[in-house]
Design a protein around this ligand. Structure first.
Ligand code: GRF
Length: 201
C-alpha cells in the first residue's frame, strides 16, 4: 500500500523539501506526497511542491472562521484520500475536527526539546532562558499546543555568542534528519503509542 501524504505549510518549506527528497531517493518507500496545502499564498513551500510535480492548494484563512477553515482543509484531505498529515512550518493551530478525523496520523516538527519552549520562536525563548542544550522534536499532534506524544528528538549545544539565527540554523540541520526518519517509521508501521510514550521498533 502507498501511504498518501498531505503537507501543511506556511513558509519556506525546507522540511517539506527534505521529505520530498527522502521519498525521491527511496529513503522513505511506499509513500507519496499528494498535496501541499498552505495558509499563505506566497509561501515558498508551494513553489517547492510545484517543482516536484505535486499538487498545491492555497486556502485563504481570511475568508472564514476557524471551524470553517478546518472544514476546508478536511475537504482537501478527503479529495486526495490522505492517510498521513504532516505539519511542516505550519503556523496555525488545527481544530478538533481535523485532530479527531486524523487521530494519531498527524505529525509536527518543533524546534525545541519539548516540553520546553512550546509555541512561536522557540529558539529565541531558549536563548533568553539561557539553556545550554537545545534541539528539535517530532511529535504526534493532539488538541494541545505542541503537546502530543514524542516520536523523535535530537539535541545540539548552545554555543557562547549564539544568536537566534545561528541557533536556528544548527537546530534546522537536525530537523532535516529526524523528520524524514519519523515519517519513514510511521510509513513502515513501526510506531506504537502507549499513553504518552511512542515505541518504535
Ligand atoms: C522549522 O523550524 C520547524 O521546526 C518549525 O517551523 C520551521 C519551518 O521551517 N515548525 P521550514 O518552513 O520547514 O523551512
Amino acid at each position: 500500500m502507498v501511504v498518501k501524504i498531505a503537507v501543511l505549510v506556511s513558509g519556506r518549506g525546507s522540511n517539506l523539501q527534505t521529505i520530498i527528497n527522502s521519498i525521491e531517493k527511496g529513503y522513505i518507500e511506499n509513500a507519496g506526497i499528494n498535496v501541499v496545502i498552505s495558509n499563505k499564498g506566497d509561501a515558498y513551500a508551494l513553489e517547492r511542491g510545484k517543482n516536484h510535480g505535486i499538487s498545491t492548494v492555497f486556502l485563504d484563512p481570511s475568508r472564514c472562521d476557524n471551524a470553517g477553515y478546518d472544514r476546508k482543509i478536511l475537504e482537501v484531505l478527503k479529495q486526495y484520500d490522505i492517510d498521513l498529515l504532516l505539519l511542516a512550518g505550519y503556523f496555525q493551530l488545527l481544530g478538533p475536527e481535523i485532530i479527531e478525523a486524523y487521530r494519531n496520523r498527524i505529525l509536527n516538527i518543533h524546534p525545541s526539546l519539548l516540553p520546553s519552549f512550546k509555541g512561536l520562536r522557540a529558539q529565541k525563548q531558549a536563548l533568553e532562558y539561557g539553556v545550554k542544550v537545545v534541539g528539535c522534536t517530532v511529535h504526534f499532534v493532539d488538541e494541545g499546543l505542541d503537546s502530543g506524544p514524542i516520536i523523535l528528538q535530537s539535541c545540539v549545544p548552545v554555543i557562547q555568542g549564539d544568536t537566534e539565527k545561528t541557533l536556528t540554523a544548527r537546530i534546522l540541520e537536525q530537523e532535516h534528519i529526524i523528520y524524514p526518519e519519523a515519517v519513514r517509521l510511521f510509513v513502515e508501521g513501526k510506531l506504537k503509542i502507549k499513553g504518552r510514550t511512542v515505541i518504535s521498533f
